[in-house]
Ligand binder design. Structure first.
Ligand code: AMP
Length: 432
């Protein structure tokens, strides 16, 4: 299918063409006609599937039918993180650049003055995080009584981040008569219940279930002792990869430590996490996107939904205890069909998580041995909440399953020393 088959109005078709999109992604193919038709929509889709355009494009088209524009908020998009909110607003700005509609993003962590002034000038489409939205509503600065379209984005993440009560408070303030679009990467029971309670006979579309990793992503694992991880990172960045890299760290402290080490090794690096101010996070992101900073180290929440064009490498400095997080993390690369690479550093504390992750994605991730820090002697250990071995000091537990012998058993040979396919994309740079 081509975008020209979707009956989009000229200003939107032109803007999409300028973005370089020719074919709608599977979720867009399904969502655009149905949302244009006024149907409620339930999309089970993670970031990287093109879900932002899947709801933004038909919202823009539906709102632009209104010939007598008034500056009431007519579409509300609620999303869990500031970064994601900013990203969505930028996308709407891109797709709607030839339309007279106005959009705005509001989020907490910054002074409200500028956002308030912009709201007072009038807004058609508002992208918001729950806390700041409720603040403005409480102050009488925002009213939701004219909302025609409500989007709940990343509903499962709202639950994870403890925002579900805020979301429910917002929903209570919406007009009964409205169109509702609901997106979630996973559908735990509580999210399913919420969806059932706010959607009216929705069209349901599920794309790329969370357990599937994009085929375009070349995944690899490096077995390394915990104390060698920082040196391995520097080694890879200096010898194997010359591209930009997004590094995931489990903790804020860990992210800062990695950033400091890389900076001292002469690699331009910044860290983003919840302890950084919104401005610092935004600046770091801008520097990374523009290539001024080569490495961005992020915690999961700070990185959620971040959309970085042409990102080819993701490195998991540690694996998360939540296996789905692996899929979200590596989904930052290999987006919309582009080629991507993910590298996971695995020490004894990560072994169990590796096993669970491989179970979730249904494949063994090839192990790369061709580096100075490789070890075949990892011993599975549990991690406590401080990222330290559980019961440190006592006798180490026995390796679970065949983990310690796994490198030998892995028959699938990587295609190169760092485990990614030979690039066919010119912008890809890899040191020999
Ligand atoms: P999302 O899932 O909304 O985070 O989008 C993932 C990435 O895909 C973003 O970089 C979008 O700009 C890009 N994208 C969205 N729709 C298309 C499309 N139809 N063709 C190519 N790229 C797209």
């Amino acid at each position: 299918m081509n975008f020209t088959d979707l009956n989009l109005i000229e200003p939107i078709a032109k803007a999409i063409q300028e973005q370089g999109y020719t074919n709608p992604t599977p979720i867009q193919e399904r969502s655009i006609p149905e949302i244009l038709d006024g149907r409620d929509f339930l999309g089970c889709a993670q970031t990287g599937t093109g879900k932002t355009a899947a709801f933004s494009i038909p919202i823009l088209q539906n709102l632009s039918k209104n010939k007598t524009p008034n500056r009431h908020i007519k579409a509300l998009i609620l999303t869990p993180t500031r970064e994601l909110a900013i990203q969505i607003e930028q996308n709407i700005n891109d797709y709607g650049k030839y339309l007279p509609l106005k959009q705005l993003v509001i989020f907490g962590g910054v002074k409200q003055g500028n956002q308030e002034a912009a709201l007072k000038k009038g807004v058609d489409i508002l992208v918001a995080t729950p806390g700041r939205l409720l603040d403005f509503i409480a102050q009488g600065i925002i009213s939701l009584k004219n909302i025609e379209i409500f989007v709940l984005d990343e509903a499962d993440r709202m639950l994870d981040m403890g925002f579900v009560h805020d979301v429910k408070r917002v929903i209570k303030l919406l007009p009964q008569k409205r169109q509702t679009l609901f997106f979630s990467a996973t559908m735990p029971a509580e999210i399913q219940k919420l969806a059932n309670s706010i959607l009216n006979n929705p069209v349901k579309v599920e794309v790329t279930p969370v357990s599937s990793t994009a085929e375009t992503i070349q995944q690899s694992v490096y077995f390394v002792e915990k104390e060698n991880k920082l040196n391995l990172l520097t080694h890879i960045l200096k010898n194997d990869i010359s591209d930009s890299v997004l590094v995931f760290a489990r903790t804020k402290h860990g992210a800062d430590k990695i950033a400091r080490k890389l900076q001292s090794d002469g690699v331009s690096t910044e860290a983003i996490h919840g302890n950084k101010s919104q401005n610092a996070r935004q600046n770091a992101l801008t520097n990374f996107k523009s290539g001024r900073t080569r490495v961005l180290v992020a915690t999961d929440i700070a990185a959620r939904g971040i959309d970085i064009d042409e990102l080819k490498f993701v490195i998991n400095f540690e694996l998360s205890d939540v296996s789905e997080t692996y899929v979200h993390r590596i989904g930052r690369t290999g987006r919309a069909g582009a080629e991507g690479n993910s590298i996971s550093f695995v020490d004894g504390l990560d072994l169990l998580n590796l096993k669970n992750t491989e179970k979730l994605i249904g494949m063994k991730i090839p192990v790369i041995k061709n580096h100075p820090f490789h070890t075949d002697d990892l011993v599975a250990q549990k991690r406590d909440s401080n990222n330290k071995p559980f019961n440190a000091g006592s006798e180490r537990p026995k390796p679970s399953g065949n983990n310690s012998s796994r490198p030998q058993k892995n028959k699938k040979k990587p295609t190169s020393a760092v485990g990614y396919k030979k690039p066919n994309n010119k912008s890809f740079t890899r040191k020999k």
